[in-house]
Design a protein around this ligand. Structure first.
Ligand code: SF4
Ligand code: SF4
Ligand code: FES
Length: 255
């Protein structure tokens, strides 16, 4: 009889946001299935929450929604690398049965086990007004036309899913810094590019000109390396930095 293949998952767990003393690694052996990804492996633990020693434990808690790398909810550290669990294939992570480690991101407040609170990213989007203002809900007619060049520049930026990978990798984002981080800065570039969004460019730039703003980027480029949507974050930061400098020098003249 052929022995069934199993996968070992090592999961960093913590029961509550403040329960540092409950922090621990737990190991699980899961039956292998073809095309398995980290989320389907976690679902196996949820169905049968028994650790590798045979002890019944609380099911591991994680977050996921789209299951196709669009929502960013399942972002975690997989074998130490920040990425989405739904697109992390078990066969690629563990071709020869190596244990796979799962841990929560470290730059966001922990909620429980693999779930973190990414609210700061959504608050940062509010800070930079990452939207197009609409003057009422009445019929406004067709919007302004965007040139193909403009669309080409904007499209990659619009793929951001606020997953948090770039903040996790950025050395300037840490407990001692108020740096807004690359994702929100790239959204400043996106909305300042838009023919209607341009009308509020000044406010967006002013939001990132002070402490914790665009000048705090150390240009380490870690963010670009980890962005799953390959967003040109360093280019965005350079563009926003130039816009901010121009606004600082000539903003009073342009009003
Ligand atoms: S810029 Fe990339 S890494 Fe950062 S939040 Fe958006 S999708 Fe994620
Ligand atoms: S380039 Fe700037 S935003 Fe990107 S990782 Fe480095 S310091 Fe952070
Ligand atoms: S579940 Fe949405 S990105 Fe993984």
């Amino acid at each position: 009889m052929v022995a069934k293949r199993t996968i070992r998952l090592k999961v960093l767990r913590q029961d509550t946001p403040t329960g540092g003393t409950t922090r621990r690694w737990e190991e699980f052996d899961i039956a292998w299935h073809p095309q398995m990804n980290v989320i389907s492996a976690l679902m196996e633990i949820q169905k049968h929450p028994v650790d590798a020693k045979g002890n019944k434990v609380a099911p591991v808690v994680w977050e996921s929604s789209c299951l196709e790398e669009v929502c960013g909810a399942c972002t975690m550290l997989i074998n130490g690398k920040v990425r989405q669990a739904c697109s992390a294939l078990i066969d690629q992570l563990s071709p020869n049965g190596e244990p796979i480690t799962l841990a929560p991101m470290t730059k966001f407040p922990l909620v429980r086990d693999l779930v973190v609170d990414r609210s700061r990213m959504f608050e940062d989007l509010k800070t930079v007004k990452a939207w197009i203002h609409l003057d009422g809900s009445h019929e406004l007619g067709p919007g302004p036309r965007q040139s193909p060049e403009n669309q080409e520049e904007a499209y990659p930026l619009s793929r951001c899913m606020t997953c948090g990978c770039c903040l996790e990798a950025c050395p300037q984002v840490n407990a001692r810094s108020s740096f807004i981080g690359p994702a929100a800065l790239s959204q400043v570039r996106l909305f300042n590019l838009h023919p209607s969004g341009k009308m509020h460019a000044k406010e967006r730039l002013e939001a990132v000109m002070g402490e914790g703003g665009v000048a705090d980027c150390g240009k380490a480029q870690n963010c670009v390396e980890v962005c799953p949507k390959e967003i040109p974050l360093v280019d965005s930061i350079a563009v926003v930095s130039r816009q901010a400098t121009k606004h600082l020098l000539f903003g009073w003249l342009l009003g």
